[in-house]
Write a protein that binds this ligand. Structure first.
Ligand SMILES: Nc1nc2c(ncn2[C@@H]2O[C@H](COP(=O)(O)OP(=O)(O)OP(=O)(O)O)[C@@H](O)[C@H]2O)c(=O)[nH]1
Length: 392
């Protein structure tokens, strides 16, 4: 339970750290470091205070650097991708403290027993290979320092020979257990990492496939709504958009203009130049029309050579200007097809309204009647309701 508590705390700190994306192994090491920090700093602080209280000022001061290094490390680690060097510096600080404690021994040599913590900490922080090397390093440096003249400077403790032997055996067992423990943990972690990796790969593949299908579906929807010859909305999609805009229009009580364009004598063009040439004429008429209207206007191909345009928030005067511009642009158009140069014109019926009593269908009927008048009275012209009064 206590272990769970520390693990949870460590996980939280890892999650909240600013560390750049690190490997799972890196996360585990960081968690171990946090556990070491949470246990080590209070213990070392208490130990330092106790030593101070007991009058052992040197020991009290020697304990402080590793505690400070532990605390400082966590702030540095937050911005590092790999904390190995922070762990190594802490390893040096803590190991130096342990060597000092082994040298001075304390009550009956009890301070030397702290070094049993070392193999586990070094293996947890630096992995079983480097951790084992650090365990051996502690033993080697202690043996050299203990038997060198330096030991006289810090009043080395004279351990009885049997204590030394028992210490060596116990420490070796601790080191062996710690490295075996970390080795098996690393082994299982690697196994689960590999499983995670393949799951991750599968997950990414699925995500990619879903995105491809979604894009395909979107493309299908667009294709289903688009007229393949001209790229503008087809009849069904145009009326769908028109209904939506009509609902908004009624709600806002805006002026709306409805234009129907029809290419004049198109049958003759087909008969003279052929169907493919007629197709090219339709395409160019649409391109010319698109260059005269705004992007917010709705245009659709509602018949073979018939197009409808809804000009939103556009009163009769402006809509008439736009429709005339289209007629003029088309009349100047010359469609080149093979050896031929084809000229054509369009007729337009235009109806504008801000009358909320109308239905979309009745507006369409009105515009269609005006188109009929435009055809009847000479073609290549725009007929609005105003002109229709004059004509009839
Ligand atoms: N090339 C081509 N022709 C089409 C297409 N759709 C319809 N048509 C032709 O367009 C012609 C329309 O002819 P009509 O409805 O008689 O009208 P018009 O000849 O344009 O005469 P007015 O409208 O009275 O000026 C028909 O011959 C259709 O076959 C198409 O996608 N491509």
């Amino acid at each position: 339970m206590i272990v769970d508590f520390f693990n949870n705390m460590a996980k939280r700190i890892v999650l909240f750290s600013e560390t750049a994306p690190i490997s799972n192994e890196g996360k585990t090491r960081l968690q171990h470091y946090v556990i070491f920090l949470m246990l080590g700093v209070p213990t070392m602080t208490l130990f330092s205070l106790y030593s101070f209280y007991k009058g052992n000022t040197t020991l009290a001061l020697v304990i402080l650097p590793p505690a400070i290094a532990l605390l400082a490390g966590i702030f540095v680690i937050r911005s590092l991708k790999d904390g190995t060097w922070v762990y190594r510096i802490n390893a040096i600080a803590y190991m130096s403290l342990l060597i000092y404690m082994i040298m001075i021994g304390g009550d009956g040599g009890s301070k030397a027993l702290w070094s049993y913590t070392w193999p586990l900490i070094s293996c947890f922080l630096l992995g079983y290979i480097e951790g084992s090397l650090w365990s051996i390093l502690l033993l080697s440096i202690t043996l050299i320092a203990y038997n060198s003249p330096i030991s006289q400077l810090i009043e080395r403790y004279d351990y009885p020979p049997d204590f030394q032997l028992r210490f060596l055996i116990t420490y070796s067992i601790c080191a062996a257990l710690a490295s075996w423990f970390e080795y098996s943990r690393a082994y299982y972690r690697q196994e689960s990492n590999q499983k995670n990796l393949s799951l991750d790969l599968e997950h990414r593949k699925l995500k990619k496939e879903i995105a491809t299908r979604k894009a395909l579906q979107e493309q299908l929807v667009i294709t289903a709504k688009t007229d393949s010859l001209t790229g503008i909305l087809n009849r069904g999609a145009f009326w769908e958009r028109a209904e939506q805009e009509w609902d908004k229009h009624q709600h806002l009580a805006d002026t709306i203009s409805f234009a129907i364009l029809d290419i004049d004598h198109f049958k003759k063009i087909n008969d003279t130049y052929g169907h493919p040439a007629g197709d090219e004429v339709i395409r160019q008429v649409v391109n010319n029309t698109l260059s005269c209207i705004r992007t917010v206007d709705i245009i659709g191909r509602i018949g073979g050579e018939e197009f409808a345009i809804i000009m939103l928030r556009t009163a009769s005067e402006d809509a008439t200007k736009i429709a005339n511009r289209i007629c003029s642009a088309v009349s100047q158009q010359e469609t080149r097809y093979q050896q031929d140069s084809i000229k054509c014109t369009v007729s337009c019926g235009l109806y504008s309204t801000d009358n909320e009593q109308h239905s979309l269908d009745s507006i369409y009927q009105k515009a269609d009647q005006l188109l009929y008048l435009a055809k009847k009275t000479g073609r290549n012209q725009v007929v609005t309701e105003k002109e229709s009064d004059l004509i009839t």
